[in-house]
Design a protein around this ligand. Structure first.
Ligand code: IMP
Ligand code: MG
Length: 389
């Protein structure tokens, strides 16, 4: 029985939600293991546009069960809103949504503290994520279970509404394993935002690597989970920190417009850059990524297209991502032929081997450089616009 984890490779916002939504058809259980509503997915199903921040995209499939794992930090006010908004789209979460009693609560004071930081320092999403994890690690946080037991009015948060959903999800997960159910784990953010292995301190406050699924859910560490890394055909980033392949202003404005690169969580305009293959290779190595999913090729409309294939560091060419010396390094690019005129045909393609030549060359370059198989390619924003190899 195959279990799979889907993570973002750079700074998030790569279309993970799409890929999870696509894969969820073949899975019974969909689980989040890190972060909170700093994440944001936009999914287009045939009739609806759904934005979710907490609940994994599997919830869009009526037979799928959704679990919010112990590794998450949850603002009850925002989660209640999300549940209500899903219900207003006639997506029923009763008996399908389970919230870990060990997940931590984001309180008003966490959000206030985080908002004071907005615009300063690293440019967080302002959702209270860092301060909530700080309290968790200091062993002074409120878990969901504690809030429900003590039902503290002082928390000033709609915990009663969530009561029916809060359970010991670790036991639940183990009972699902016994039943032979398969699991799809939905990562949040991206590998370069990992607290240990990202571009510290410009990172989020949790581990975003596939391996975080084990501690973040209680899924046993001896059970294999294969990993899919999602990569956009170009790169985007919100918040401060190094972004070596950032485009020049004119190109960036064009890319932002075509790709509609505005944060699903904060609405902030995203910075846009060229694909960074050494960074991708770094994320693949550190994450143990087995397969890639490439999104938004149809939004990359330059000719030529620049791709970073190495760095210049103190006068030397290196072909790896210099994570510890990024401020001294400058990217080295090659130019790939543009493929604007192939997009129409591409969007009608259903078979990987029939992908038009120049788009295929771009994909082949990614595979060759990273020595990793591309297993999924999205050809447009709609649910069915997906090529599986
Ligand atoms: P925090 O997670 O709100 O503490 O923000 C830390 C950094 O991670 C900031 O640069 C955010 O913009 C970035 N970040 C957090 N979550 C996401 C995400 O889901 N997508 C993209 N960037 C994110
Ligand atoms: Mg996002």
């Amino acid at each position: 029985m195959k279990n799979t984890v889907v993570v973002g490779m750079f700074f998030g916002d790569c279309g993970k939600g799409r890929i999870v939504d696509y894969l969820a058809q073949s899975y019974k259980v969909c689980v989040r293991f890190n972060g909170g509503n700093n994440a944001g997915h936009t999914i287009l199903t045939n009739e609806k546009k759904v934005v979710s921040h907490y609940i994994p995209c599997g919830i869009l499939h009526p037979n799928n069960m959704a679990i919010l794992g112990n590794g998450m930090v949850i603002d009850p006010i925002a989660l209640v809103e999300e549940i209500k908004s899903l219900e207003s789209l006639e997506i029923n979460v009763k008996d399908r949504l389970f919230i870990s009693n060990r997940a931590h609560i984001v309180l008003d004071k966490h959000k206030e503290e985080d908002t004071h930081q907005l615009g300063k320092s690293i440019g967080t999403t302002g959702k209270g994520i860092g301060p909530a994890y700080q309290d968790k690690m200091a062993r002074s946080g409120w878990t969901m279970g504690r809030a429900i037991k003590e039902s503290s009015k002082s928390l000033n948060t709609p915990i009663e509404f969530l009561r029916p959903y809060v359970i010991d999800t670790v036991s639940l997960i183990h009972s699902f394993i016994d039943k032979g159910y398969n699991f799809l784990f939905e990562g949040a953010q991206g590998i370069l935002l990992d607290i240990d292995h990202g571009t510290y301190p410009f990172v989020t406050s949790s581990n975003t690597l596939p391996s975080a699924l084990y501690t973040g859910t209680g899924f046993p560490g001896n059970l294999p989970v294969s990993s899919v890394g999602v990569v956009k055909a170009y790169t985007t980033k919100v918040g401060a920190g190094p972004f070596p392949t950032r485009m020049e202003l004119k190109d960036e404005d064009k890319q932002r417009l075509i790709g509609q690169e505005y944060g699903a969580t904060t609405g902030r305009p995203r910075d846009c850059g060229w694909l960074d293959l050494p960074a991708l290779k770094y994320a693949i190595n550190i994450g143990g990524i087995e397969q890639l999913a490439i999104t938004k090729l149809d939004c990359l409309l330059f000719n030529p297209i620049k791709v970073c294939v190495g760095y210049n560091l103190a006068g030397d060419f290196i072909d790896y991502f210099p994570i510890n010396r990024l401020e001294e390094a400058s990217p080295v690019y090659i130019a790939m032929p543009g493929f604007d005129d192939e997009i129409k045909k591409f969007q009608e393609t259903v078979n990987y081997n029939q992908i038009p030549n120049r788009i295929r060359a771009y994909l082949d370059l990614i595979e060759t450089f990273t020595n990793t198989e591309i297993a999924y390619v999205s050809t447009g924003p709609e649910r069915n616009q997906m090529i599986k190899r």
